[in-house]
Design a protein around this ligand. Structure first.
Ligand SMILES: Cc1ncc(COP(=O)(O)O)c(C=O)c1O
Length: 393
């Protein structure tokens, strides 16, 4: 169980704001902030390279911590500056093996940046992008996916939890299909890592991208990519530098054997160390406990919202997670965000431009997005409901 009082005492920001923007950037625990500041101080005091040399163990620990969090080998983890960089390393690397007529399969709630990358590669290579149909709840349908597979499918690439809602796509069922047919599987877990337990062995994905600042409660400018040892044998990273590869002779180079082949030499050491602290912090609560509390809060919140006249809940799937989306009759979502900000209540909104296929299908332009995390409270939900009711009356 989560000791909410303790979690809040360890989160300085909870004294200032009601933070329901955890899928934007969660409030960092004090010890993550300290780790970040301490390293920057050390860099200022003795020099950046020298600080890095003194903190080699903490740096290395971050890879171990991430590997423990998602159940992979340390050598299968790359630290990068955000989820997009991690995802792009995997996608654009694999894309170098695509030929005209190949197919990639994705889902309706796919994130815009990923879909733009598919479009760019389709333009360059002539591959076909096929969207897996939804089931009746709006989640990706595994049986529909099974029917779409043929030998031209070169990648299944989906978002686990979309940017615009609580939907949790059936990542494990997709993995079973991908593995049975030997199709590479890339999972965008940007919104799910830290919100719920994630086990890459159970999911069966070959590559997974995540960010530090959202549900992991790490610093901005941090993220990671998981790439399995087997998939790394199948393609090269799209970009190589002298950290990802070694210049072995005048006309030769050798790509390193581990997932650091997706990194650059220069990196955000303070952020990397602090991300390791954030992962340890999440692990110390237990991801099962975090997820159970997230579901409890989100269920309560949806229940309360559903009782307000003019509010329509917008989350898809049978059992949505901690990202709660809704619309309000006659008021655009950005306006709701601004009205709540007056009370130091942090939320945001998601637009058509983030998840076009899904939003178009549902005839939505914008949705209000309130994303909760385990350190939020029932009292905060009460306060939110009270203020929203006043604002839209
Ligand atoms: C589903 C999804 N994927 C990827 C990203 C991109 O993450 P980052 O900003 O860390 O690159 C986001 C960001 O909101 C997202 O919601």
């Amino acid at each position: 169980m989560i000791d909410v009082e303790k979690a809040r005492a360890e989160t300085p920001g909870t004294e200032n704001v009601l933070h329901f923007n955890n899928a934007g950037a969660a409030l960092m625990p004090g010890e993550v902030v300290d780790a970040l500041k301490d390293h920057i101080d050390l860099e200022a005091e003795i020099g950046g390279y020298e600080a890095a040399a003194q903190t080699i163990d903490a740096d290395a620990h971050t890879y171990d911590a991430i590997a423990g969090l998602i159940n992979c080998k340390t050598t299968e983890v790359a630290f990068v500056e955000n989820a997009t960089v991690g995802w792009s390393g995997a996608f654009y690397g694999l894309a170098n093996t695509f030929k005209s007529g190949d197919r990639i399969l994705t889902a309706r709630a796919e994130y815009s940046s990923n879909y733009i990358a598919y479009l760019q590669i389709a333009e360059r290579t002539g591959i076909k992008i096929d969207v897996i149909p939804d089931d009746e709840t709006g989640a990706l349908s595994p049986s529909a996916l099974e029917n779409m597979i043929d030998d031209r499918v070169k990648l299944i690439s989906i978002t686990h939890v979309p940017t615009n809602g609580g939907l949790i796509n059936p990542a494990v069922a997709v993995g079973k299909i991908a593995n049975a047919l030997g199709v590479p599987y890339l999972l965008d877990a940007c919104q799910s890592v830290g919100q719920m337990p994630i086990d890459v062995a159970e999911i069966g994905c070959d590559m997974l991208s995540a960010t530090g600042r959202k549900y992991l409660r790490g610093p901005r400018g941090t993220g990671f990519l998981y790439a399995s040892s087997q998939i790394m044998e199948k393609f090269d990273p799209p970009v190589l530098d002298n950290h990802a590869a070694k210049w072995t002779g005048r006309n030769t180079y050798e790509i390193r054997g581990d997932a650091k082949r997706f990194e650059n030499w220069e990196n955000y050491t303070a952020g990397k160390i602090a991300l390791g602290v954030a992962v340890d912090y999440a692990t110390s609560w237990g991801l099962d406990n975090i997820f159970a509390r997230n579901l409890h809060l989100a269920t309560l919140f949806r229940d309360r919202l559903s009782q307000i006249p003019g509010v329509t809940l917008r989350d898809l799937g049978t059992s949505p997670g901690a990202i709660v989306t809704f619309t309000v009759d006659g008021i655009e979502a950005p306006d709701i965000t601004a009205r709540m900000a007056k009370y130091k209540i942090n939320i945001t909104h998601s637009t058509l431009f983030s998840t076009r296929l899904d939003m178009e299908k549902r005839h939505l332009n914008t949705v209000v997005r309130a994303s909760l995390h385990y350190y939020n409270t029932e009292q905060e939900i009460d306060r939110f409901i009270e203020k929203l009711t006043v604002e839209i009356a």
